[in-house]
Ligand binder design. Structure first.
Ligand SMILES: C[S@@+](CC[C@H](N)C(=O)[O-])C[C@H]1O[C@@H](n2cnc3c(N)ncnc32)[C@H](O)[C@@H]1O
Length: 376
């Protein structure tokens, strides 16, 4: 038995009711996608550092490429993990860039304490706005979002390629893609309304405060990807890749990708789970947030709240479009497609998610998550 209940968000100007849940009794719960907003805190950084697969893939790649080279670490975070790993591996000099002032301050202290202040220079600011004394040999970053490009990796690393890194410089990670799989959300939740655990409500408040108003923020579904039984009953198709980002090749942060999902089991499709695959080095097996436990979780893209019944062999054919929002960095996403079923006419379905939000309680899913006046 699990329970959701209505709590209230307290962010200034954003006092709205929100569906919360008890994490102990919920097999699956929601989490706001926070990486694309400046709301990192100790807990968020620690979750990334505890992600063993991520840590070991990055450590291996840094040890391989950093010795004797100059390095820029974009988004070093408070722990300066890749800057320190590069220095320990024998990098000649590292520039560690961080936009959040508090994180940059703590990074500087950690680097001093580790005895690397002479080889690592912390640069506070956005990588797209700072200058380096000379282009570097290696760029390391982990600004990969819940959807691969949602933290701005496409535009930020394209800028780094132009201005901060030598023409033949190496980028870690090598490649990313956003992934999509058809989801039966009711089966994942066993019919219960999904909610946020109370410990993440402060992130929802901070995201709303950073944008200045409540909006239908992207929410990740936790508890599906790392639980084979839940995956088995709620993923209805194989996965496809969209939004390919080639960090060591031609990098285009915008575009439209056509894709097709084929249903492999019968169920009620209510939307898509959108995840990411990340190849930290070229020959690595990718980290896959749809099927592995990691510091990333798939975002829920609602398409048909009541669910549409599907059978094996039915198909969802869609276009997935990425455009940069008006901040020039963070993408807005849009998806339009048709569900083709053997026993009926094609059903048009669409989804959209902007970075800093133009809709609030726009769909039944968000009206249930933010049950305000007039919402069911
Ligand atoms: C996902 S965290 C990664 C932290 C650390 N590098 C790690 O891998 O554990 C991303 C960090 O990058 C910072 N960031 C994102 N885009 C940036 C940019 N363009 N310039 C500087 N910092 C950025 C964020 O503030 C955040 O601290």
């Amino acid at each position: 038995m699990h329970h959701s209940f209505v709590a209230e968000l307290a962010a200034p100007g954003c006092k709205v009711p929100v569906r919360a849940c008890d994490i102990e009794s919920s097999p699956v719960w929601l989490w706001p996608s926070i990486g694309e907003y400046p709301v990192y805190d100790e807990v968020a950084y620690e979750a990334m550092i505890k992600d063993k697969r991520r840590m070991s893939a990055y450590s291996d790649a840094v040890r391989r490429y950093a010795p004797g080279r100059t390095v820029v670490d974009i988004g070093t975070g408070q722990d300066a993990v890749w800057a320190l790993a590069a220095a320990r591996a024998g990098a000649r000099h590292v520039w560690a860039v961080e936009v959040i002032p508090k994180s940059a301050r703590i990074a500087r202290k950690n680097i001093e304490q580790a005895g690397f202040a002479d080889r690592i220079t912390v640069v506070e600011g956005l990588s797209t706005e700072i200058e380096l004394p000379e282009p570097v040999d290696v760029c390391v970053s982990e600004i990969i979002g819940t959807l691969a490009g949602s933290e701005g990796a496409g535009s930020v690393l394209r800028d780094a390629r132009k201005r901060l890194v030598k023409p033949d410089g190496v980028f870690i990670p090598h490649r990313s893609a956003t992934t999509a799989v058809a989801l039966d959300l009711d089966s994942a939740y066993l019919g219960e309304h999904p909610g946020f655990p109370t410990l993440v409500l402060r992130y929802v408040e901070e995201v709303f405060a950073s944008v200045g108003r409540p909006f239908d923020l992207r929410v990740a579904v936790e508890g599906v990807q790392d639980n084979p039984a839940v995956r088995e009953r709620s993923y209805l198709s194989g996965a496809v890749e969209v939004e390919p980002l080639e960090f060591n090749g031609d990098l285009d942060p915008e575009g439209t990708d056509g894709a097709e999902l084929t249903f492999t089991r019968a169920g009620n499709v209510s939307g898509l789970a959108l995840g990411m695959r990340l190849w930290v080095a070229e020959d690595d097996e990718p980290i896959d947030s749809l099927t592995q436990s990691s510091s990333w979780a798939p975002v829920y893209a609602p398409l048909a709240e009541e669910g549409l019944s599907v059978r094996p062999g039915d198909r969802f054919v869609f276009d997935f479009t990425t455009t940069l929002s008006d901040d020039g960095v963070h993408p807005d996403y849009a998806l339009t497609g048709e569900l083709h079923r053997t026993d009926g006419p094609a059903v048009p379905l669409s989804w959209g998610s902007t970075h800093h939000g133009d809709g609030f309680r726009a769909t039944p899913f968000y009206r249930s998550l933010f049950p305000g006046p007039g919402a069911p």
